[in-house]
Design a protein around this ligand. Structure first.
Ligand code: HEM
Length: 201
């Protein structure tokens, strides 16, 4: 017989940070693709202002979150490991469709499976710098001349890199939302991220 235990996985600040970041990233996708010209929603000028406001808000949120990660030692949860990565890939590609048991058991000390660790690390070390770097350079376009960088910086190239980053963020978002549905029930992981508590066997 299975016994179900409840473990406290996500602390209060962590949940606040997760949901506000999610809201901001979704808002940046919506306003960003309007700036790009994909559709008309708020109007170009308003979309640009909102996009810039969300960018500064996200930057502030990140400053607090980096501080939180280091003061609570939670940053260690993102140290990558290749152990069991193959088992996780097999689980997500085959096992999950045949009711096989998840090869990874979450604990409060190890709340991310090995595949999650790799995905979050890639997001943090590759995608974020691309979006943030190109976004900040884009934002300060008006100063390029006075900074003397206008001779070698090209607006189209910066916009292209930023848009490529936005598409990658969209792919991450879709995969992330799909994976939230793979718990005991389709909404189990979402509930955990709201309450902090997870049921484990
Ligand atoms: C999830 C995060 C983000 C997404 C999905 C996103 C998406 C986009 C997209 C699709 C565009 C249109 C690009 C074009 O066709 O020219 C855009 C424009 C822009 N983004 Fe972002 N972006 C994000 C984060 C940021 C950040 C962090 C910053 C600044 C630090 C930023 C600053 C800008 C600026 C300045 C523009 C140009 C607005 C204008 O035309 O005046 N973005 N963004």
């Amino acid at each position: 017989m299975n016994t179900v235990n409840r473990i406290y996985l996500y602390k209060r600040y962590e949940r606040f940070w997760h949901w506000s970041q999610a809201l901001l990233v979704i808002s940046m996708l919506i306003t960003g693709f309007e700036v790009h010209g994909s559709y008309h929603l708020f109007g170009f000028e308003t979309a640009v202002s909102l996009h810039t406001l969300f960018a500064w808000t996200l930057l502030t949120l990140w400053a607090f979150t980096i501080f939180w990660q280091f003061t609570t030692d939670e940053w260690k949860q993102y140290i990558p490991t290749l152990k069991k990565v193959d088992a996780m890939v097999r689980y997500y590609t085959f096992g999950i469709f045949r009711d096989a048991p998840n090869p990874f058991q979450k604990t409060a000390d190890k709340k991310h499976n090995p595949l999650q660790r790799l995905a979050y690390l890639a997001l943090l070390s590759m995608l974020s710098p691309v979006i943030w770097g190109s976004g900040l350079i884009y934002l300060f376009y008006a100063y390029w001349k006075s900074w003397g960088v206008d001779a070698w910086l090209n607006l189209e190239a910066v916009a292209f890199i930023h848009t490529a980053g936005a598409f990658m963020m969209l792919v991450f978002f879709i995969a992330h939302v799909y994976l939230t549905t793979t718990g005991h029930t389709p909404t189990a992981h979402i509930k955990t991220m709201i309450t902090g508590w997870e049921d484990v066997d």
